[in-house]
Design a protein around this ligand. Structure first.
Ligand code: GAR
Length: 208
């Protein structure tokens, strides 16, 4: 059984999708813990109600990014994870933290990377006149919102889309592709070579 630790900062709907898929599809894995940098993160309640260990490492209680990341790493390592999943975890991580989890740290970002790293992705996609938006699951590297791409979902931008309406449609796809990516990893179905991630049995890594 692979052990998964999920990091959240808020609502935790992607975490919920992973927890539900793990149980429903009987992955060879368990979500060992859900950890937040915010004590009031809504997702903690869902995780606790499912009997999953929860933890808080409050970034406001740490004087530096390094000190926070060290405390976070200790909280994570207490659960001996095979995979660490960033699911709406809104902190920039230090290179030392990223190196510690090299190859077993993944993230979801609400854009078609490498377009629109950072914040306000949907607003920026609309302002740029993009006809296609989406979401990306990728391995985490030291560069923010970069790293080998595991799966992407493409979502057309409608002429009358607002930031809200577009983000809602993208989120539906996030809830499809994030569990899919985690399952592929726990099933050891992926091969990584440089920036290229391929599925050994050729499953489509583009959802639309
Ligand atoms: C999701 O849309 C996720 O892609 C985004 O935050 C949201 C979290 O929602 N992540 C980032 O922007 C990371 N750069 P959730 O808490 O309901 O899963």
């Amino acid at each position: 059984m692979k052990r998964i630790v999920i990091l959240i900062s808020g609502r935790g709907s992607n975490m919920e999708a992973i927890v539900n898929a793990c149980a429903a599809e009987q992955w060879p894995a368990q979500v060992a813990a859900v950890i937040s940098n915010r004590p009031d993160a809504l997702g903690l309640q869902f995780a606790a109600a499912r009997g999953i260990a929860t933890g808080v490492v409050d970034h406001k209680q740490h004087a530096s990014r390094e000190a926070f990341d060290e405390a976070l790493a200790q909280a994570i390592d207490a659960h001996a994870p095979d995979l660490v999943v960033l699911a709406g975890f809104m902190r920039i991580l230090t290179p030392a933290f990223v190196a510690r989890y090299d190859g077993r740290l993944i993230n979801i970002h609400p854009s078609l990377l490498p377009a629109f790293p950072g914040l306000h992705t949907h607003r920026r996609a609309i302002e740029a006149g993009c006809k296609l938006a989406g979401a990306t699951v990728h391995y985490v590297t030291a560069e923010l919102d970069h790293g080998p791409i595991i799966v992407q979902a493409a979502v057309p931008v409608q002429p009358d889309d607002s930031e809200d309406s577009l983000s809602r449609r993208v989120l539906v796809q996030e809830h499809r592709i994030y569990p899919m990516a985690v399952r592929w990893i726990v099933e050891e179905a992926l091969e990584v070579s440089g920036n290229r991630v391929t599925h050994r049995r050729g499953e489509s890594q583009l959802v639309n």
